[in-house]
Ligand binder design. Structure first.
Ligand code: ZN
Length: 249
């Protein structure tokens, strides 16, 4: 880790609750180390309901996301796109770049490049574009903060740890989140509307259990009770050192 690195981490994921499901344990550990945590979603979760209007559920879910972020002192942001309609186009890339410009992260989490839902896939591309571009002076009207550089970029596990063809994804990095797993579940439980919605839509009454099960599987790979898995982006211009590995051994 560079001595002068800014300790800002940004998660850009599709929906409210994705960060809590996929990487909140690692975020909690980063917060303990003094990092500023920014949790951003592409949408306010406007389709996550069987009964409420688009606007009612968006207001509820933004409030839930803010409550979850507050558990670890994080700041919540929303790009205000729409569920199921997230696309990689000029206006949305610009929104993503502007978000990166305001946060100036040195560490970024986004969705796996191939995941079960297209919003996740598109957001992964948006985060990749934002992380690569935001340091270019002419790309955004927001001021370029000193020290801005291409950040370490990590892809979270796809949902259930499998890609869209059902193939298991092998993490390059596993973070032990055992000590903060209670806090992770506390953050997830802030999304009360989703526990209800999953029960109605998927017939699934195990919002917290699914996360506990997945993190326990990753924990077995790591040799601890609970872990979160990531794949590091190592393309041209990105830092290749495994920052998470350095921070959490
Ligand atoms: Zn999602």
């Amino acid at each position: 880790m560079k001595i002068d690195m800014q300790l800002n981490v940004l998660t850009l994921l599709a929906h409210p609750d994705d960060a809590e499901i996929l990487c909140a344990g690692t975020l909690a550990r980063l917060a303990e180390k003094g990092w500023q945590i920014h949790i951003a979603t592409a949408t306010p979760g406007d389709c996550g309901t069987m009964t409420a209007s688009r606007w009612e559920i968006s207001a509820i879910r933004v409030a839930e996301a803010k409550r979850a972020a507050a558990v670890i002192g994080a700041t919540y942001h929303c790009l205000d796109e729409r569920d199921g309609l997230v696309v990689y186009d000029k206006p949305t890339v610009q929104k993503a770049v502007d978000l990166f410009r305001r946060v100036s992260p040195s560490l970024v989490f986004t969705h796996a490049q191939d995941d079960y839902m297209m919003d996740h896939v598109e957001v992964s591309k948006l985060a990749r574009a934002g992380s690569f571009l935001f340091g270019a002076p002419n790309i955004s009207a927001f001021p370029l903060k000193a020290g801005s550089a291409v950040p370490h970029l990590y892809y979270c596990d796809p949902i259930e740890g499998i890609d869209s063809l059902g193939r298991a994804v092998a993490p390059t990095t596993l973070v032990d989140v055992t000590s903060v797993h209670g806090k992770k579940l506390e953050m997830l439980a802030c999304h009360a509307s989703q526990r209800e919605w999953l029960r109605a839509h998927h017939g699934m009454d195990e919002y917290l259990e699914a996360v506990r099960r997945h993190d326990s599987l990753r924990g077995k790979m790591r040799g601890c009770d609970f872990a979160e898995g990531f794949v590091q982006h190592r393309g041209h211009a990105y830092p290749s050192g495994d920052l998470l590995g350095e921070l959490f051994g």
